[in-house]
Structure formats: structure tokens, C-alpha cells
Write a protein that binds this ligand. Structure first.
Ligand SMILES: [Zn+2]
Length: 374
């Protein structure tokens, strides 16, 4: 619906260009063009209409798509949504950007399924609570998965012995902070992938998807705080609530600030990065608190190594994003493969996986220790 409106706007521009080109052609042909006025090529289309929506160079892009002047060629410009979707399977300068985060999404989706199976009783409990309102709305539907899961959760609730015998999980430490992280990571990676795939369609969709992409990054940072803060401070609910509320508020504020179209402009690249880096680095405060409080905990070094790897991956990735290296050194040489944004994407996945490793350690540690009786 929106895309049709946008297509009208794009077509309006194309029509103006077509009219100007037609006038010039007619002048050249001394008016002979009146009778056999040719159909004017659309953007990216070769004359004769054989090759529609060809890739274009940086200089042929509309202003809003000029994001990185060191990537010279292989751009898709104002393609219809269907062509943009199908370009998932062809080479252009966003192919690797799309696939790195799409594969990352699939990886986290697979991990989520593995853990859902592993921790099924607790998750069925959570989904059971969520699915009751859904099943009320959909009461005319004879069979739906929500009812099945609600039933499963009810069954487990009324047979608590099954929860402890159903899996190898010994403790009943809640799993939702861990799954919040997995869900947020999937949201971030999928919205990034969609942004890279489809933002070549039109200015309006470009702005919408870029904001979705920023929201995904903010969500990823916020949810990354959930497993460590929740499990480390599980027995200190005030600290837990304070840290989780603070990072959630910072995330909401960042998303609000980034909704301004001005901040989406390429020249604000550094300010945007600074907002995200600031959010991420604020984790140093609870990390220092946790390290001091658990100094003699044997797993301290393992979790610090994981979280150090995560921080290094994100920071080095951000440095590539800002410096636009290596394409800055040889413009045009890294258009298809090897440019900074692809390196940034790969490091985001590496950072998320390192954090996943740390989250598993925090979860298992709390499973083993529980909370001392007060
Ligand atoms: Zn990206």
C-alpha cells in the first residue's frame, strides 16, 4: 500500500526525466519523433528494454542513497520491491551485507530452537501464559498452537514432577532473560538484513527501514544486558531492577532520538555510532560491580573473557563502520566483497556469539548456586 504510494512518487520523477529526454530526442530528430515516440528507459534499464533494473554507479544514485562514496558501483537504485527481494540471489554491493545477517539470524533461530527443546517445561509455562489471551481472541479457530502450548503448560503446572524429570535441568532458574536476548538478537539481525535488501526501493521505505535497523541495534544492546544482569543480580532484586530499568530507558531514549530523519543522514554516522557505543559501554558499571562482588567466583575469568571478546568485536566493528576501511584506500576495489560494512556485520555476529557463550555460563552458574536463603 505504502509502496504503491511511493512508487507513484518515484514514477513522477521518472516521468519528468522521461519528458525531458523525449523533448531532446525530438529536437534532434527534427520532429520526426512525434509519430514514433519511443518508450523512455526507466532508471537502470538499457535502451531497448532488454535489461531492466541494471546496477548503477554511485554518481547515478539519488541523493538519499549516497551513503558511501568509496563504493563506486553495483548499486540497485529504486527497484520494485519484488526485484529487490529477488536480488537476494544475485550479486550487487549489498549481497554480502544481506546474507551475513540473514545467516546470523538463522544461526540464532537454530540456537533458540535447541534451547526451547532443552528448557521446554519453563518455556511452555511462559508461552502458556501468553497464549491464553491469544486463544480467547481466536476462540472460533478450532485448533491452534496456542491452545496446544497452553494445554502443555497447564499439564506441567498441575504435574510439577514432570518439570524436574522432563529435562536434565536441575534448578528452576527462570529462562526468560536468556530467551529475551535470543529474541532481540534475531530481531536485530533480521531487521538489518531486511534493511540492506529493501532500502534500495524508495526514499520512504529507505527511511523506514533505516530506523528499523537502528531500533534493532538498540534492542540488541538492551537485551544483551538481560542475561548477565538478571543472573548475576538474581539474589539482589534492587540492583537487578535498577540496572535493567536504566539500560531499557537508555535504549528507549536512543530509539526516540534516532527517529529523527536528520540523524539518519550519512554525515551523522559518527553521532549514531557514539549513541550505540555509549549504551554498550555503560555495561562497564554493572560489570565492575559484578566482578568486585564475585571476585572469588571461579567462573569469573571465563565470563570476563567472553564479554571482553564481545566488547572487542563490537568496538572493532564500529571502528571499521566509521573509518570505512579498506574501501577508502582503494575506492571501487571492494564494492562487492571486503568493504567495511561487511566486516562490521561479521564482527557483530562474532560479538553476539561471544555474548551468547557468556550468557550460558551465567545461566548455568545460577542454576547451580540458586539464591541463599535470606
Ligand atoms: Zn548493516
Amino acid at each position: 500500500m505504502a509502496s504503491e504510494e511511493v512508487a507513484t512518487t518515484v514514477c513522477a520523477d521518472a516521468d519528468q526525466e522521461a519528458a525531458a529526454a523525449a523533448a531532446a530526442a525530438m529536437k534532434e530528430e527534427g520532429g520526426r519523433g512525434k509519430r514514433r515516440r519511443r518508450r523512455q528507459p526507466r532508471k537502470g534499464e538499457e535502451e531497448g528494454g532488454r535489461k531492466k533494473y541494471a546496477l548503477v554507479s554511485y554518481h547515478e544514485l539519488p541523493e538519499y542513497m549516497k551513503e558511501n562514496e568509496f563504493i563506486l558501483n553495483y548499486y540497485r537504485s529504486e527497484w520494485p520491491v519484488l526485484n529487490a527481494v529477488l536480488s537476494l540471489f544475485s550479486w550487487h554491493n549489498e549481497t554480502i551485507n544481506v546474507w551475513t545477517h540473514l545467516l546470523g539470524f538463522m544461526l540464532f533461530f537454530g540456537l533458540t530452537l535447541v534451547h526451547l527443546g532443552q528448557y521446554f517445561p519453563q518455556v511452555a509455562d511462559l508461552i502458556g501464559h501468553l497464549s491464553w489471551p491469544i486463544s480467547k481472541v481466536a476462540e472460533n479457530v478450532s485448533s491452534n498452537i496456542g491452545d496446544v502450548l497452553s494445554g502443555a503448560a497447564m499439564f506441567i503446572q498441575t504435574n510439577p514432577s514432570l518439570a524436574s524429570h522432563g529435562t536434565a535441568v536441575a534448578s528452576q532458574t527462570t529462562r526468560w532473560p536468556f530467551f529475551v536476548f535470543l529474541a532481540g538478537a534475531m530481531f536485530c539481525l533480521l531487521s538489518s538484513s531486511a534493511c540492506h535488501l529493501l532500502s534500495c526501493h524508495s526514499h520512504r521505505l529507505n527511511l523506514l527501514l533505516i530506523r528499523l535497523d537502528y531500533t534493532g541495534i538498540a534492542v540488541m544492546i538492551v537485551v544483551s544486558f538481560f542475561p548477565p544482569i538478571y543472573y548475576i543480580f538474581q539474589c539482589e532484586p534492587r540492583w537487578r531492577a535498577a540496572y535493567l530499568s536504566a539500560i531499557t530507558a537508555a535504549g528507549a531514549g536512543t530509539v526516540y532520538a534516532l527517529m529523527s530523519p536528520r540523524l539518519s543522514a550519512p554525515r551523522y554516522r559518527a553521532r549514531r555510532a557514539l549513541l550505540f557505543v555509549g549504551m554498550g559501554l555503560s555495561g562497564v558499571v554493572p560489570a565492575a560491580h559484578a566482578a568486585a562482588a564475585n571476585w572469588h567466583e571461579p567462573r569469573r575469568n571465563v565470563t570476563l573473557a567472553y564479554e571482553g571478546a564481545m566488547a572487542a568485536s563490537y568496538l572493532v566493528g564500529t571502528a571499521f563502520y566509521l573509518a570505512r576501511v579498506p574501501e577508502r584506500w582503494r575506492p571501487g576495489a571492494f564494492d562487492l566483497a571486503g568493504h567495511s560494512h561487511q566486516i562490521f556485520h561479521a564482527l557483530v555476529i562474532a560479538g553476539a556469539l561471544a555474548h551468547y557463550g557468556a550468557a550460558i555460563v551465567f545461566l548455568r552458574a545460577r542454576d547451580e548456586m540458586g539464591c541463599p536463603a535470606s
